[in-house]
Design a protein around this ligand. Structure first.
Ligand code: ADP
Length: 654
């Protein structure tokens, strides 16, 4: 018959509501904390978003103001003092990067770059001398004579007429097969230093108001045919200088652009003209009427792609800007704005789609100067709302995690405490049941024997001795039971404090054998002691280890038949000191080997009770050995005489 732990089963059934309650107690606050955290994080994100939007709105306003101020500074142009200075102002504005090009007006009429000029009066060129020269050139086809006729005009005529006659002479010399003479004449008459006031033809204009000198120099360069000509370099440099000269009277834009292009074509080393791009940019606007397109003081798109125009409030000038120029200037201004982590500014012209693209989260107007232009703040990768809220969220998260951990830890402690309480209660119940039952038996026997002896009914001396012997035996059993209970209860209360002394295993075996010596000397009991010669010392509590070994020897005696063969051995194996008690007793089934060290477990309860035990001896052994860092094991086969082996293994002291 096996010993059933009925009380524990009942206790287990009664316990589940307590555990459910415990889980609820732990889970509810944790869920509450998580919900609260979630809400708090959402609120924090929303609040951060709101705060950031406010900050960003003011940042956008500041950036727009910055752009407006910078542009107003940039768009303050020097007004040409008089119409004649327009070309110089054009060059100055372009060279210092104020604008990519400019158009100048006087009383609403474009003065630079000028519209195609109406030819000047040709009356002076209708004189007999001119007629004769032209007849020689075109009717009689005599370029030599024509050249001489033009040369005569040049000698006597005024500056302008003379310049044009020289130009015609050069043309005729070339036609007459004398290009070198033509070159020599042009160099002599026209190549004087542009700054030299003695240069008579410097500002001479032809009928279309073109600078005669520039055309003459270009003609000479064309005649030189290639850059290898000894006079080419010098002449080209003189022409380049002439083309870079914006002093009045200005070279017409058309002539300047044409000669710039031409010179750059025939002279590969020609230094770049700083105003050439500006001239090209402004050129189409000679024909386009900007009047209807523009309102003063505003940057407006023009019909020329990627070109923007700004009409000054006094309507005296239109500044032209390429799209790239505007964007570069804007970006330059924005780069000087206070940097905001995680975002950057983006400027979008009208009609360029959604301002700042889809990642823009705050957009504003640039202002009156740039109607319909937008400035926006664009995310640079991470979500600024999230990162702004991140710190607080992290704080909430950690508080939540710590709180939850605290609740869980408390619950675990509470559960452990409850478990221990339940275990103690269960043990107490078991103990009371067993104690009351186990103690009753020897007491009842003793009372019966005492009553018999007191009644005087027993006169036989032999019987009296037998009865007193029985009483002594019951008494001893009772003492052992009480001793076991006390040891057990001490252990369970963790009151058992073991000493740590250096011990000789041999002495422990001898002390244990001494305790049970009386019973071992009884008839029919054979004892064999095997103690290996050199066993290492161990550390432990001498009395506790003797008790453990005594319990094993006691069981060996109890659970063996009339002929007892008991072996007590001590040896070292696998780095441990082993104590082994072997008997030839009743043994126990294999499945009982696992439970045999549990408290109150008895393989055959009736037999054990007869033997005088209560199922605590081996649990005491296990407790003592485990506390010493050792192990216990039991091996057996059921059946009279098959016997059992109990082994205690303890660590060696190094
Ligand atoms: P008890 O006080 O009942 O002997 P123990 O804890 O010492 O309690 O032993 C538990 C049970 O293990 C015993 O009731 C017995 O059934 C079995 N047992 C212990 N030692 C032996 C042994 N040497 N031979 C056979 N069975 C044993």
């Amino acid at each position: 018959m096996f010993f059933h732990k009925r009380n524990s089963a009942n206790a287990g059934q009664r316990l589940w509501p307590v555990f459910v309650l415990l889980i609820a107690v732990a889970a509810l606050p944790a869920c509450g904390v998580l919900w609260f955290m979630n809400q708090a994080m959402r609120n924090e994100e929303l609040a951060a978003e709101q705060r950031l939007r406010e900050i960003y709105a003011s940042q956008i306003q500041a950036a727009a103001r910055g752009i407006d101020d910078a542009w107003r500074g940039k768009l303050t142009f020097p007004v040409p003092e008089m119409e004649a200075r327009a070309s110089e102002t054009f060059a100055a504005i372009v060279k210092n990067g104020h604008a990519d090009a400019a158009l100048f007006f006087s009383r609403g009429i474009l003065i630079y770059p000028e519209l195609a000029a109406a030819p000047a009066s040709a009356a002076e060129f209708d004189s007999p001398l001119w007629r004769e020269a032209r007849d020689q050139e075109y009717i009689w086809n005599n370029p030599g004579a024509a050249a001489a006729a033009y040369a005569r005009i040049a000698e006597i005529a005024g500056t302008r007429e003379s310049a044009m006659a020289l130009m015609a002479e050069a043309r005729c010399l070339n036609k007459a097969g004398r290009p070198e003479d033509a070159i020599e004449m042009i160099i002599r008459e026209f190549s004087g230093d542009g700054n030299n006031s003695n240069n008579r033809y410097k500002n001479a204009l032809d009928l279309e108001r073109r600078i005669v000198r520039a055309n003459a120099l270009m003609f000479a360069l064309d005649l030189m045919a290639q850059p290898g000509h000894p006079l080419f370099q010098k002449t080209a440099e003189t022409l380049a200088e002439c083309l870079n000269d914006y002093a009045a009277p200005a070279m017409p834009s058309g002539q300047r652009r044409f000669l710039m292009r031409r010179l750059q074509t025939i002279w590969p080393e020609c230094p770049p003209f700083p105003t050439r791009d500006a001239e090209e940019l402004a050129a189409p606007f000679n024909e386009i009427s900007l009047g209807e397109l523009l309102s003063p003081g505003q940057m407006r798109a023009t019909n020329v792609s990627d070109t923007w125009a700004y009409l000054t409030p006094d309507r005296a000038m239109i500044a032209l800007f390429s799209h790239n120029h505007i964007m570069a200037f804007m970006n330059d201004v924005l780069a000087r704005q206070e940097a905001i982590p995680g975002v950057h500014f983006s400027v979008t012209p009208p009609g360029a789609g959604e301002a700042g693209g889809s990642s823009a989260f705050s957009t504003g107007e640039i202002g009156n100067l740039f109607p319909s232009w937008k400035i926006s703040l664009v995310l640079a990768g991470t979500d600024p709302f999230r990162s702004a809220a991140g710190q607080r969220i992290a704080l909430y998260m950690w508080s939540g995690v710590l709180l939850t951990c605290g609740v869980v830890a408390l619950s675990v402690l509470l559960a452990a405490w409850l478990r221990r309480q339940v275990r103690l209660t269960r043990m107490k119940n078991d103990l009371i049941a067993i104690v009351s039952h186990e103690l009753k038996t020897p007491l009842a026997s003793m009372r019966l024997l005492v009553d018999t002896l007191r009644d005087g009914r027993c006169n036989d001396a032999r019987l009296v001795e037998e009865y007193t012997g029985l009483m002594a035996k019951e008494n001893a059993r009772l003492s052992r039971l009480i001793e076991d209970f006390l040891t057990f209860s001490r252990m369970e209360r963790k009151g058992a404090k073991f000493e740590r002394a250096l011990l000789r295993p041999r002495e422990i075996v001898e002390a244990a054998l001494e305790v049970v010596s009386d019973r071992l000397r009884a008839p029919g009991c054979e004892l064999e002691v095997n103690i290996a010669p050199e066993i290492p010392d161990i550390i432990g509590d001498r009395d506790a280890l003797v008790t453990a070994l005594v319990n094993l020897l006691d069981n060996a005696i109890k659970y063996s038949g009339d002929i007892k063969k008991i072996q007590a051995s001590c040896f070292a194996a696998d780095g441990r000191v082993c104590f082994e008690v072997r008997d030839n007793g009743i043994g126990f089934p294999r499945r009982a080997a696992k439970k045999i060290f549990d408290r109150f477990y008895q393989v055959d309860r009736s037999l054990s009770r007869h033997a005088g035990g209560c199922g605590l001896g081996l649990s005491i052994v296990k407790f003592i050995i485990t506390e010493h860092g050792g192990e216990v094991s039991a091996q057996s086969r059921p059946g009279q005489g098959k016997g059992s082996v109990f082994t205690l293994r303890l660590p060696i002291f190094d």
